[in-house]
Design a protein around this ligand. Structure first.
Ligand code: SF4
Length: 124
């Protein structure tokens, strides 16, 4: 994955009458632009690795779960295992970093199941 140079919006943002003078509060977040040939699996791996690396370690679901999710995508994964692990991480993590960590792999599985190899819906 290549990093693109930062882009400066051409329109001001912010609350009306507030700093920036615009009508849109963009909140916080990020936009990732991908080239058509980028690997979905590599993008998901990079996003999961970011969450695993940035986990502060305070709570177990995020500290342990993000690394386990990352390990899950190294091979053909079991969608049921990923879904259960993702649910635990999302429900039991204390802050937004952990709660949002599984979103990339869940989106990848939902939109590009063929990319992640043989997917099973086996229940434990
Ligand atoms: S969810 Fe937040 S508080 Fe918990 S380990 Fe992850 S980064 Fe730390």
């Amino acid at each position: 994955m290549r990093e693109a140079p930062p882009v400066t919006p051409s329109e001001p943002s912010g609350r009306p009458g507030g700093a920036g003078g615009g009508a849109v509060n963009p909140g916080t977040g990020g936009v990732i632009a991908l080239a058509g040939g980028d690997s979905v699996r590599e993008v998901v791996r990079a996003l999961l690795a970011f969450n695993a690396r940035e986990s502060c370690g305070k709570c177990t679901p995020c500290r342990e779960g993000t690394g386990r999710l990352l390990a899950q995508i190294e091979a053909p994964l079991d969608a049921g295992t990923v879904a259960r692990l993702a649910e635990v991480i999302q429900l039991a993590s204390l802050c937004g970093l952990g709660q949002a960590a599984p979103l990339s792999v869940l989106s990848g599985l939902a939109d590009f199941p063929e990319v992640f190899g043989r997917v099973s819906s086996r229940k434990a």
